[in-house]
Design a protein around this ligand. Sequence first.
Ligand SMILES: C[S@@+](CC[C@H](N)C(=O)[O-])C[C@H]1O[C@@H](n2cnc3c(N)ncnc32)[C@H](O)[C@@H]1O
Length: 207
Amino acid sequence: MTHNTTTNPRLEFFDSIADQWDGWHDLADLSRNLNAVLDKLSIDPSATVVDAGCGTGNLTVSLLNGTLGPSGRVVAVDISAKMLDLARNKVTDPRVAWHCAAAEQLPLDDGTADHVICFSAWPHFHDAAAVTREFRRVLRTGGSLHILHLISRSQVNRIHAQAHPSVHHDILAPASEIAKLLETHGFRVINMTDDDRCYWITAHKLG
Ligand SMILES: C[S@@+](CC[C@H](N)C(=O)[O-])C[C@H]1O[C@@H](n2cnc3c(N)ncnc32)[C@H](O)[C@@H]1O
């Protein structure tokens, strides 16, 4: 499914950095760190997981290689066609479906996802309430939403403040603030870490 994302001012920026993105990371180290976190998320090997704001697909790679079994699925979405081109070239595993789509309008039926993971992507979703409603729509009751950054909130906000103007205002709010938003939209927050090493919220969809 293709979604019209031309009105999002971040799109041009993310397209422009797509070729450099993987070079800015130590992918082996990232994979180790992601696998360590994924091991704690209680993801069933047959789960359907949404990678929201998947970029070049590094979270998806970890899900496919370490977490999911043969019947597991990843639905990976991003507004940047350039990021997705790189992801598709990197990962040809049939368990993943790549979609050029916005987190605000996911290409999934109601209640069909077990988990939604936003890895280094949440602050770029400019309408957090709309995105939260959309995540709730696609999750099954009891399914979980994870908002994850492997660096501190202050580091995230410093990086955005120094990057392209289109992301200057993409501020990662304190976890307690996001938790309130999630709880007013039908989630129960079961974990909240917002310290000098990482930022991680887990919330379950209530029935
Ligand atoms: C900082 S990058 C992180 C990419 C990837 N998750 C990673 O950590 O390697 C943020 C990604 O979110 C995407 N993005 C921004 N706003 C989005 C939206 N509303 N819906 C879907 N993707 C979005 C961008 O195109 C970009 O690829």
